[in-house]
Structure formats: C-alpha cells, structure tokens
Design a binder for this molecule. Structure first.
Ligand SMILES: C[S@@+](CC[C@H](N)C(=O)[O-])C[C@H]1O[C@@H](n2cnc3c(N)ncnc32)[C@H](O)[C@@H]1O
Ligand code: SF4
Length: 421
C-alpha cells in the first residue's frame, strides 16, 4: 500500500510534470529540415509505419486505416526520405521500426530494411508487430534482418481484450499465447508488450497476465502503465470505464516483484532476462535520433523536429524533394538537464561523471534543489559516483516518464487536428 505522504508527493510530481510539459512540449516554429551531421557520428534511425486495420481505444500513435494501395505509396515515399537522409550525410547503427503496424505489408517492410542495411552501418534492428503477423513462416523471413521483434499483447485477459476490440481482431489470450510460442527462438530477441492499470483490471487479473507471460518466457517484456492523454481519454472511458490511479503504485510493485527472478535486468518499464540484451525505448535510451515517416520525431543536439503527420502532405513534400520535417523546437539548457535527470533515474542510475561531461557542471551545482527535494521524498540515494532510485523512486520516475509521454501526445494532438483517419 502506498502511504498518504507518498501519494501526496506523487500527485504533486504528476502536476509539476504536466505543467512542465505544457510549457515546453510545443513544436511550432517552421523548420527547414535536419542540419548536416557532424563527421563520423552514428545515430539511431526510427521509421514510422502509420497503418492499422483497427484502432485500439488507448492508442495515440499517428495511424491511418490500412489499404494496400496507401501502404505501397507510403513505403515508396519512406524509402525516398531515407535516401534523402543518406544524401545529407547521416549514418546509423540502430534501426527501430514502429507504428502502427510495420508488418502490415511484409514485402514492403523487408525491402525497406534491406535498403537501410545497405545504406548504413546497421548493427541492430528492432521492429514492432501486432499478434496477427506472428507466425513461424513470416518471422522466418525476418531472420537475419530483424534482431528484436516486440509483439503487442497488452493483456491475456479475454474480457479486457473484448472491450479493447482486440479479441475479434487478434484472437483470445490463449490464441495470442500460442502464436507467440510458435515463433519464440527464431529471432535473437522476442519481446512482449503488456499494459497494466486498465480500468476494471484487478490485482488477480494482473497476476494472471504476469504468470502467463513468465510461462511463455520471451527474452524481454515491456509492461507499460496505461497512459490516458487527452487524445485517448474519452475512448478509454467509453470502452473500458473510468480511469483511476488508485492501484497504479501497488500494480507496479507487483510487476517488479513478480518479474525480478526471470527478468533481473530492469530498464524503466522494460524487463530483460539478460542485461546485455538491447531494449529499444528509443526516446529514452538515445540522446539523439532521426525519425522518418509521417508523424515521426527527430531529436538532435538540443532540438526536436517534427515530420508532417498528414499522409497526402507527407507525399507531396517527398515528391517535391523537400524535407518531410515541418516544425522544430530548440530547448534551453535547464530543460535538457531536467530531461537527463528524469530519463537516467527512470532507468535507475544517473552517473555524475556523465552528467558533468554533458553539461559542463556537476549535477549537485546545476540541480541541487531538485536533488534535495527528491531526497526528502525518499526517492533517491546518492554516493560519490552515482545517484540511484529507491523502490519508491522507481515508481516516481515512472510517473514522470508517463507524464512526459502524455506531453508528447499533446504535440501529436496539435499536429493531427483536421486529419481524416
Ligand atoms: C505503437 S504500439 C504498436 C503495437 C502493435 N500495433 C499492436 O497493436 O500490437 C506499441 C505499444 O505501445 C503500447 N501502448 C500504446 N498506447 C499505449 C497507452 N496509451 N498506454 C500504455 N501503452 C501504450 C502498447 O503496449 C503497444 O503494444
Ligand atoms: S495498439 Fe497497435 S493496432 Fe492498436 S491502434 Fe495502436 S498501433 Fe494500431
């Protein structure tokens, strides 16, 4: 049970973060596109594939109804954008493909991955999928091209799956389990995405999800707290019921405890059997990245860049050989320091040496007051080299990260106004 004091601190932190993201997370300035890269630097490339055959009520990612024709045109433009980024001089060692549903058109996906592998120094490829494209035949085609496949399961509970509309589209919890079991081991890493704290979810239901996951035993899992930004609040309420934060702390403690043995390496809300297996939360892990495709983000040095969200406008920009980036925002130094503090402690440890190397001053000088407050809240511990989180700190930084993601949704919301889905 969460104490009254820690509940108050959590609420205040949540409020502070939402005000902070309201202030900072707007991208309004017109952009001319990516700057030329420095020599010999390798980045992470994110590719967005914005098509789905159904829309889940909780999902705020940029997506459109799938048609074969629209996807073919889109993938062709995507590859042109990738060539444009190559011409600018960029090189990449990591590729992350997310959506939407990247595997919705397998052949186009494979052609695109092959192109990226040919153009750049790629060492690792990670890709998302819904359960429908998970079968040994499809996955075998990705062998040697994709290192990590993360499959959206969300829950194994049939009552919840029915409410989400996923039971009809992707099958029952048992069927999804069998699909994933049939392809485990083909690729180096299979990861399973779950969501916790759905309205009406009980502790018993959560434990059932966690026990089923452990029995399935993929190499990794991400267990996200349900995020209900203004983009999805109403659809969550309509399909699942009133959302509440009442159980979130207890649920997160249950998850950590339940997964500790089989998945000892924890990284925010992601868990891995081995600590040296890569976990791709690209926004979290990478200080800089380039995004291509409609509705993707890039972050370079101190600036966030936003690609065009509307498919027709995205297509026109590519056909005119213009940059698909339309807007940007440069962040002041102090907001970058806050961001580093949040991201590193979300992952459990902040290295003081790394902070000083990044910002030219020690964290104790730059963010002394913030550290004092976090210590007072019993969220962090400090030694000479590192700052680490306590058990309660793990939760507090999850709350902050969740608010940050919901802030990013505000940017999506602004960019998606007037779009036809
Ligand atoms: C962009 S989705 C793509 C997954 C794939 N299309 C599917 O449906 O299986 C990637 C993951 O983000 C997570 N996600 C999406 N919306 C979320 C939300 N509102 N709260 C928490 N997690 C969310 C889900 O776990 C999902 O599997
Ligand atoms: S969760 Fe997956 S299938 Fe559902 S709307 Fe989001 S991207 Fe599409």
């Amino acid at each position: 049970m969460q104490s009254r004091q820690s509940k108050m601190i959590t609420t205040a932190t949540s409020y502070f973060m939402s005000q902070y993201t309201k202030h900072y997370l707007h991208v309004e300035k017109p952009s001319l596109g990516l700057p030329p890269p420095p020599e010999n630097k390798k980045y992470l490339l994110y590719i967005h594939v914005p098509f789905c055959t159904m829309f889940c009520p909780y999902c705020s990612f940029n997506k459109f109804t799938y048609t074969k024709e629209a996807a073919l045109i889109y993938y062709r433009h995507l590859r042109e954008e990738i060539l444009h980024v190559k011409e600018l001089g960029y090189d990449f060692n990591y590729l992350v493909i997310g959506g939407g549903t990247p595997l919705i058109d397998e052949e186009e996906l494979i052609t695109t991955i092959e192109l990226v592998r040919k153009l750049f120094s790629i060492e690792h490829v990670s890709c998302e999928s819904d359960p429908n494209h998970i079968n040994p035949k499809t996955v075998l085609q990705l062998d040697g091209l994709v290192d990590r496949l993360s499959v959206g399961v969300q829950t194994f509970d049939d009552t919840l799956l029915k409410k989400l509309g996923r039971y009809e589209k992707f099958g029952s919890g048992e069927e999804v389990y069998a699909k994933i079991a049939s392809m485990l081991g083909i690729l180096p890493i299979t990861s399973v995405d779950l969501i916790f704290n759905f309205p009406t979810q009980t502790q018993k239901g959560l434990i059932h999800d966690l026990e089923t996951l452990k029995k399935l035993s993929p190499e990794q899992t991400s267990v996200y707290p349900l995020m209900t930004s203004s983009l999805v609040k109403n659809s969550v309420k309509k399909t699942l019921g009133e959302f509440s934060l009442e159980n979130e702390f207890t649920f997160f403690s249950t998850i950590k405890k339940s997964l500790k043995e089989l998945y000892p390496a924890r990284h925010g809300w992601s868990f891995s059997k081995e600590s040296d297996l890569i976990i791709d939360e690209y926004i979290i892990d990478n200080e800089e990245y380039v995004g291509v495709g409609s509705g993707s983000f890039s972050f370079l040095k101190d600036t966030l860049y936003l690609n065009e969200f509307a498919l027709d406008k995205y297509a026109t920009l590519i056909q005119e050989k213009a940059s698909a980036i339309t807007k940007e925002r440069t962040f002041p130094a102090n907001s970058q320091m806050y961001y580093r503090l949040m991201v590193d402690l979300f992952n459990g440890t902040l290295s003081k040496k790394k902070f000083t190397a990044m910002f030219g001053q020690s964290i104790n000088t730059a963010l002394g007051k913030e550290l004092m407050l976090l210590k007072f809240a019993k969220a962090i511990k400090e030694n000479k080299e590192n700052i680490t989180t306590t058990d309660y700190g793990d939760y507090l930084f999850l709350v902050m990260m969740k608010e940050f993601y919901m802030g990013m949704d505000r940017i999506r919301n602004e960019a998606r106004k007037n779009l036809i889905l």
